[in-house]
Design a protein around this ligand. Structure first.
Ligand code: SAH
Length: 451
């Protein structure tokens, strides 16, 4: 097998990152972009490694009945929506199956994986976009990187983001063009604007525009600010200073250009202030259902001490605070902790405290100081929990641990440790937070086994 060769492949599976999988007679596994299980395709080989190869579809000979015609191929190619070519029902099954496969590999066979809870919106659901800005053929463009590359495809419709965000992105692009602001060039490391980040409050309509820039100031900035400020519903304009040659989108420093340093949005009855650097669940309507599920399972009691680990701007902790004695949150991003304290005040909650620090360091410290807990919510990033965190959590004696996970692989690893330490669980509930993408979000309730 060699690069550029065209071969016929029968697709038998879909990888966790949405590539079609085929096995050749000589034992090579080929990952094929834009191919679905059950399809027979002619594919062009892009890259060959020892027992692996990557390819792209040239021609579909037998089509899957689950294939959906996608209006713009770029959505699938860029990884903005790499599952958009699969019917929504099949996407939901795929996500459930992912979790089942991982459980099976870990020999956790008596755990049931529920059907994936569908998202109320399956396109236009994202309340945040972060898009690269580059110069293409002499023009400043916004778009998205092709999968596994920094080759930017210009786009105006980002498909999974709220249409209000797309409008602001395009309008901001036009303001930058009109004022001859330069776009960043990755090779020369010249040019000002690297990314645009736009957030919308799903229930308030408030908009935040963040210009991610290699410089703190440029001659056209005052004019650019005054034009962005006049776009509908813009409540916050921020310059994020990111001079580093890295793939990290946001730099550490935010400079307020106009309006407030935050926007507000709602979850259920509660209001939340959100700063540029703070994490906020991106699918607002589905977040309510995710939290309802997590909270319902926790069966909270009035005298419970509750931990909200990886608390972001405090959304989970604050949504349960009025039903329990005390909430303690822990979060590593400083502005997010500040947001959570402001959000407690905004919602008249005085029994919630949020600590700044790494959960895996704070939890053992609190445990040594004698903390005793009743319910622990954890909602870590993709890398999951650490053994130290789990050990310390268990020592604080919670009767229930609710694990919200955005990566089933690390979830299953962590569940095994909880199980060894005396916790049981019988169901995993996938909740589709990211339609059209292969990302899988799940909720698991663990209960302490009392001897
Ligand atoms: N529970 C919140 C946030 C979940 S996202 C919500 O539902 O909105 C995960 C959060 O963990 C992010 O806010 C991230 O900044 C934070 N985080 C990442 N690593 C961490 C660590 N080691 N310790 C504490 N928080 C961390």
């Amino acid at each position: 097998m060699e690069k550029n060769q065209i071969i016929k492949l029968e697709i038998t599976d879909l990888s966790y990152d949405a590539l079609g999988v085929a096995h050749t007679e000589d034992g090579i596994t080929v990952f094929v972009n834009n191919a679905l299980p059950g399809e027979v395709v002619e594919a062009q080989i892009l890259k060959v490694k020892k027992n692996l190869a990557f390819a792209r579809v040239q021609n579909i000979l037998v089509k899957s009945p689950e294939r959906i015609e996608v209006k713009k191929n770029q959505w699938v190619q860029t990884g903005l929506a790499s599952l958009a070519h699969l019917s929504y029902d099949a996407q939901l099954k795929f996500k459930q199956q992912q979790v089942e496969n991982l459980l099976q590999k870990a020999h956790l066979t008596d755990v049931t994986v529920k059907e994936t809870l569908p998202s109320p919106q399956i396109t236009g659901y994202r309340n945040k976009a972060e898009v690269p800005v580059r110069q293409i053929n002499g023009k400043l463009e916004i778009g998205f990187f092709r999968k596994h590359s920094h080759d930017m495809v210009p786009l105006e419709n980002f498909f999974t983001t709220d249409a209000k965000i797309d409008q602001i992105l395009v309008a901001t692009r036009d303001i930058l063009r009109k004022n001859h602001v330069s776009a960043y060039n990755e090779k020369s490391h010249l040019g000002a604007i690297k990314y645009l980040m736009v957030r919308v409050g799903h229930y308030t309509g408030e908009i935040m525009v963040v210009l991610v820039s290699t410089v703190k100031n440029f001659p056209q900035l005052p004019q650019v600010i005054s034009e962005i400020e006049q776009l509908p519903n813009v409540k916050s304009v921020v310059l994020n200073y990111n001079p580093q040659k890295t793939n990290v989108i946001l730099g550490r420093k935010d400079i307020l250009l106009a309006g407030n340093p935050y926007i507000t949005d709602q979850i259920g009855e509660q209001k939340f202030m959100i700063s540029p650097q703070s994490f906020f669940q991106i699918n607002s309507e589905q977040t309510t259902r995710l939290y309802d599920l997590a909270v319902r399972q926790a069966d909270l009691q009035a005298d419970d001490v509750v931990i909200d680990a990886y608390s972001g701007i405090g959304t989970i902790g604050l949504s349960v605070a009025q039903h329990v004695k005390k909430v303690i949150g822990v979060e590593v991003v400083k502005s997010a902790v500040e947001d959570s304290e402001n959000n407690a005040a905004l919602n008249q909650i005085d029994n919630a405290d949020f600590a700044l620090g790494k959960a895996e360091e704070m939890m053992p410290k609190w445990q040594e100081q004698g903390l005793s807990t009743d319910v622990v919510f954890v909602d870590p990033p993709r890398k999951g929990l650490t053994p130290e965190f789990i050990e310390a959590t268990v020592k604080t004696g919670p009767k229930k641990v609710v694990y919200i996970s955005c990566n089933p692989a690390t979830l299953v690893r962590d569940l095994q440790q909880f199980q060894e330490l005396g916790y049981k669980f019988d169901t995993i509930a996938p909740v589709d937070m990211f339609p059209m993408t292969p990302h899988v979000e799940t909720v698991v309730l663990m209960s302490r086994v009392d001897k």
